[in-house]
Write a protein that binds this ligand. Structure first.
Ligand code: CO
Length: 210
């Protein structure tokens, strides 16, 4: 009997054949290098595949995913991705995309211990604290969780703006827009939160770097 993971290798062979049929130079072109216009910072959740939901092809999007699409300023992995995307690839847009029904965000609302991951969830709890007046006023737990997902995305957008990587790009007048989106796993639609962050003026002065 075919093992479940063998299906993936079989799919891969079919996918290669399909791509070559559409464009015989598909892999040749991709092997020459990448020039993606977008950096995607999304959740690791298996239901939110960055390329599928945005209809983007290989080569179009540089991707970083972690639990609850966090921008943690001491995370070397995230910082390395951000630095390479901004300084070398010169992406024009960074999209932080959260999703309603995010397990990480919902766990951060609770007091239960989950083990090592609690250290990661604490960054999300900090966001709750910033917005506790608004969030505590929402009685319905599902609605409160949805709003928490949105404000969490908004905070991660601001956290990107606080990095020297993004501020230096803006300083050298490199076009760089930061967007905050939320994907709805119930209907597949993306909700643009309307944050189009292009300069540090929206940040408290203490975060401005000379
Ligand atoms: Co999630």
């Amino acid at each position: 009997m075919e093992k479940s993971y063998q299906r993936l290798i079989k799919n891969n062979k079919e996918w290669v054949a399909e791509q070559l049929q559409l464009d015989p130079t598909f892999f040749e072109k991709l092997s020459n290098g990448q020039a993606p216009e977008y950096l995607w910072i999304g959740c690791s959740d298996s239901r939110v595949p960055a390329e599928s939901i945005t209809g983007t092809d290989p080569g179009e999007m540089f991707v970083h995913r972690n639990i609850a699409n966090m921008v943690v300023h001491s995370d070397m992995n995230m910082l390395s991705v951000l630095s390479y995307a901004v300084d070398v690839l010169k992406v024009k847009h960074i999209i932080v995309c959260g999703h309603y029904g995010c397990g990480g965000v919902m766990a951060a609302m609770k007091n239960q211990q989950f083990g090592l991951i609690d250290n990661w969830l604490r960054h999300i709890k900090d966001v709750y604290r910033y917005y506790h007046v608004e969030l505590d006023a929402i009685e319905d737990e599902t609605l409160r969780a949805r709003r928490f997902v949105e404000v969490n995305v908004q905070e991660q957008v601001f956290d990107l703006g606080k990095t020297s990587i993004v501020q230096n790009a803006w300083k050298r007048e490199q076009p760089l827009h930061i967007h905050g989106w939320v994907y709805d796993i119930h209907d597949g639609l993306i909700n643009d939160l309307g944050v189009n962050f292009t300069c540090p003026k929206d940040l408290h002065n203490v975060y401005h770097l000379d």
